[in-house]
Ligand binder design. Structure first.
Ligand code: IMP
Ligand code: MG
Length: 348
């Protein structure tokens, strides 16, 4: 006979549904604002950050304020339960600072934030080691070494870590994702990705990659069953940017202008992002591999400003829409403005 510890454990996965926000290029595609927009529209019971850590920087415009999150999922802006998943690595001190900063801006973080007990902690030695990196051009936040410790089984799990002093309150935020997501009640999760497919540890341009899974599949590693997959929002920019040690900058004045006009400087490290024209073959691969249902192309306004006088926009939209069709993408959005995003301007 099968024995269930809890009475409510005999239910199918039909109760859990999930949408995803996935970076299709090299990070910094504007995932933060898409997530923020989707949260505002509502319907989600949870927002889950599923990869990365303090290396990420999501720029969000909330009620007239410009805010940058690193660990904290965007659900906190709308009072939605927001979880740092087991695919993440956490720097407790930086998380503390981030919470304080958001709270100073009037956001209630602590009531909504939760941390997966099986996420990993970035220790001092991880930061020291990563601080010396030049080969990859990391963000020097200790993420790579922390993931290495995770996989060599010497890592510090959240559930075993003692948060002390001013960090003590974090202990009360620790949860088991199974209990959170598989309650038998209806659960609708927005999985908020960090970084992008081009720097994914498996599918990116290794070794110039981050050390986590930035894909839709990577999100599923955080307790989301495959039957839950609903919409996959793939986010791209009208041009490409990359931060790190490899040579990525394309030639020409327009690309340098894109850096300035598009304010392409890292939200986490302030580094100048290298720019290049969009690679549509890569975009197609990224859409297919992540099962994108909804494609968002950001920063059309920046391209327009830099390309003024050139007739690129109609052709560009047509080409992207054709590509989307070929990749099984159901809807395409071209986004113009940093503040309003899904302006319902879907391509014909
Ligand atoms: P790490 O994730 O700090 O180990 O850095 C590895 C590579 O990923 C470097 O090229 C970083 O610049 C890049 N990277 C990491 N996080 C982000 C991000 O949030 N946006 C853009 N690039 C990132
Ligand atoms: Mg960023």
């Amino acid at each position: 006979m099968l024995v269930y510890k809890k009475k409510n454990q005999q239910y199918p996965n039909a109760n859990i549904k999930a949408d995803f926000v996935i970076g299709l290029q090299y990070g910094d595609e504007g995932k933060g604002k898409i997530t923020h927009d989707l949260c505002r529209e509502g319907g989600y019971t949870h927002v889950l950050r599923f990869n990365g850590g303090p290396n990420a920087g999501h720029t969000i415009y909330h009620e007239g304020q410009k805010l940058v999150t690193h660990h904290v999922p965007s659900g906190v802006f709308f009072g939605i339960r927001s979880i740092i998943g087991n695919g993440c690595v956490i720097d407790p001190e930086r998380l503390f600072d981030e919470i304080k900063e958001l709270e100073a801006a009037g956001i209630d973080v602590v009531s909504n934030l939760r941390i997966a007990e099986n996420a990993h902690i970035i220790m001092e030695e991880h930061k020291n080691e990563d601080g010396a990196d030049e080969k990859i051009g990391t963000t020097r936040r200790g993420c790579g070494p922390a993931y290495r410790s995770k996989y060599d089984r010497s890592g510090a799990l959240v559930r075993d870590y003692r948060f002390s002093g001013k960090l003590s309150f974090l202990t009360d935020l620790v949860v088991d994702l199974y209990d959170e997501l598989h309650t038998g009640e209806d659960t609708y999760v927005l999985c908020e990705g960090a970084q992008g497919f081009g720097i994914d540890v498996d599918w990116g341009d290794y070794p110039f990659v981050t050390s986590s899974h930035c894909t839709t599949a990577g999100a599923l590693l955080n307790g989301i069953p495959p039957q839950a997959v609903n919409r996959v929002w793939g986010v791209a920019k009208a041009y490409e940017t990359y931060v790190g040690a490899k040579n990525f900058q394309g030639y020409g004045r327009l690309l340098t202008e894109l850096q300035e006009v598009g304010q392409e400087f890292g939200a986490t490290t302030g580094r100048r992002r290298q720019t290049n024209w969009i690679d549509l073959d890569f975009l197609a691969k990224s859409c297919r591999m992540n099962g994108v249902t909804d494609l968002v192309v950001n920063k059309m306004d920046i391209m327009r400003e830099v390309m003024k006088g050139e007739h690129w926009e109609n052709d560009f939209k047509k080409e992207v829409s054709t590509l989307a069709d070929a990749c099984g993408v159901a809807r395409v959005f071209f986004s113009d403005n940093p503040h309003t995003i899904l302006s319902k301007e879907a391509a014909e």
